[in-house]
Design a protein around this ligand. Sequence first.
Ligand code: PLP
Length: 382
Amino acid sequence: MTSSIDIERLLAPRVQDIETSGIRRAWALAANCVDPINLSIGQPDFPVPDALKVAAIAAIENDHNGYTQTNGDPALLASIEKKITNDVGWTFGDDSSLSAMVTSGTAGALTLACLAILAPGDEIIIPDPYFVIYPTLARIAEAKAVFCDTYPNFRMTADRIEPLITSKTKAVLLNSPGNPTGTVLRKDEVEAVAKLCRERGILLITDEIYDEFIFPPTTYTSPATFSEDVLVIRGYSKTYGCTGWRLGYAAGPSRLIDEMSKLQQQTFVCAPAPMQQAAINAYDIDLRPTIERFAKRRDMVIDALGDVTELIVPDGAFYTFPRVPEHLGMTGSEFILKAAEKNVLVIQGNVFSLKDTHFRISFAAQDDRLEEGLAILRSLLA
Ligand code: PLP
């Protein structure tokens, strides 16, 4: 039987407007390549640590397969609150006006936050370059994404944010370490952003999904260290290589968490129960060997490409966002086609930006493949 109704007519503008063509083009390229060197993927190349795998299997076997409380399994919430207290000094409990909730991934937390605060006509300031879903989240909430141009050094500083604030601004969305740039804001920079948002009565949402991927001597400071008027959003996907587990969390003003929780109850319901159980002791895992490995890969990228392209050294995450050299006379979209012809997959800048002058390399790839891919990219960029 074939469908006879006109689905096109039924679709709401919010889905028709979502721009996925650039990403689809990147996927189509991957499908056409035989065993490509894939430097396009935004997920770790390492397996889930054994301790977490064992805990996940045990959780299923021990019948932790039903709904959990909307806000999350109490034991997981306790470990999240402990982690936030250690990292930013916040306290939770009956005397506190702060709370936390477990979400279906960081993306789930970002979605709930945007739906909770944005109404038609409202504005949210996001970085450019940005993580792909940020403009879409604004669109879904029928709000306007206001792009904070952070080129060429990719630092979303208070000086750059301030002129974009209007009476309609509800939130600023910060992402440090950033996707697609790997840029990590300094302590004084996040302090200034936190202060600005607080003074202007705007919510600061901080997407800290890459908070553990910090390359020494760089250190990470969350803006939540300086203000409690901040919504901290973090996840397990990248840190523990479990992107498919759909696990993240949000912490911030209880009044806001309560509203996000209400929305979660009537949409996602709760984050996956066995995965919540599995993650209770995740913070006991020593991440140093992983970070060292990624720092070495970062150095491989700099060594290979640092002198042939304008490349801001990433201090965190596992991406870099080099510029296509002007002498090549190509956009990011044109360059990635050339790379794909040589069997290397990277993503064009306009998937993450209003501009198309750069491209994203993910160095979450095996060392030998990364080395091979970088040598090819070098030959194309030189
Ligand atoms: N935020 C950023 C900056 C990301 O890069 C990603 C994933 O690539 C996400 C959020 C979503 O992650 P999750 O798997 O936790 O939903």
